[in-house]
Ligand binder design. Sequence first.
Ligand code: PLP
Length: 448
Amino acid sequence: MGTFPTMSTLASNSSAAPLSTGSSAASRMNVSRRVSEMKPSVTVAFMNRAKTMKSQGLDVLGFAAGEPDFDTPRIIKDAAIEALNAGMVKYMPTLGDPETRKVLAEKLVRENGIPTTADHIAISAGGKHSLYVACQCLFDFPAPGEPPQEAILPVPAWVSYAPIIEIAGGKVIELQTTAASDFKITPEQLKKAITPRTRGFFINSPSNPCGTMYSPSELKALAQVIAEAARTTAPNLVVVSDELYEKIVYGGIEHFSIGSVPEIAERTLTINGLSKAYAMTGWRIGYAAGSGVFGKKLIDAMGVLQGQMTTNITSFTYPAIRAAILKTADEVEKMRRAFADRAAAVHARLTRVPGFKCPKPTGAFYAFPDVSAHFGKTSPGGNGTPGRKINSAMDFCEALLAEQYVAFVPGEDFGGCGKNCVRISFACSIDQINKGIDRVETFVAGLK
Ligand code: PLP
């Protein structure tokens, strides 16, 4: 598996004496089955390849990374630096210091209408960490002869949900969407998919990779389906609402938190973090918020697991979290406007590329055009690379990277109709967007 160190990569990374390789008994040992069967992230793979090519001096234009290109606002950095210099370097309570949990709870009540309290907040090392811990606390492995618990996941979806659900023992039930409906499910689809075994419903609005979002009324309609199912078929159903991109909206649709709907508030876990809204991907800060008696039970369980896993996050970042939430409205708005301009630029260009069908991005920083009109053709070749047959989004991205030095992410691993699409992250300048799409146009014009 690409992400797991083999004996030979460990040896080459080590400054100590080389480890033995080859035919020793140790070299034939395996890592655990559940991890060796896990899919490495395709987004990370393409991002790393683009970075490696760039470091070799090649003029690569990267559109693969799911992270803002902005620096973290100064006031956030200063809060961390001050806390570090003041000696805030010791262990802290596992789920976060009480003051910061309170600031996050108050934000969720004020901005999102979620009925939560400081005791219902679990601060973690990123939204991904919160999702992982939440799934470990929600799903059980089936007893012998029992069917697994199910997790309903609208697809295309962010690549990490399925592995995180599956390693916790859940079975993913995909709900298919189409580009024509902005990659959104309907209440009828959700209703049909819920069974007595349904444990989780995962929703991500604004969406990575789709760049689209649900309206408040659409989310309220889904919430009513959940409320009804919880009363009848699926009493253990929990909604996991991933709202990492809540601040990056620009399509005229208001962000809405499904956990604010009273009938399902107690069975909704809201996941958020500082990575996207505050340009803090490398800081690794996320949080989960529950509500009511069950919400507290779930957050307490997450505390037990995090206590055996990471303890608290880096102590001196707590004041930085408070600074981000309370003092950066202007910077966040500036970044949102920049993303809005880029979304308009990228969409205007993509709709003119022959064979591309691209729903208008309304949130997050991704465009997700369907490029399947080009499957079956052969690429022109370029940059010393011969042309190749394009039969999939993966082939399209491989050829585009090799021949034009443009890094997109192939959509197969996002599931469903994603296999026809490529993900373009426009967390970059408009100049880079224009240069990149110029190259895409050259590439597409040469397809035969
Ligand atoms: N959820 C979605 C939809 C994402 O796109 C990402 C990151 O790309 C995350 C969660 C996790 O972000 P982080 O762990 O940086 O908070």
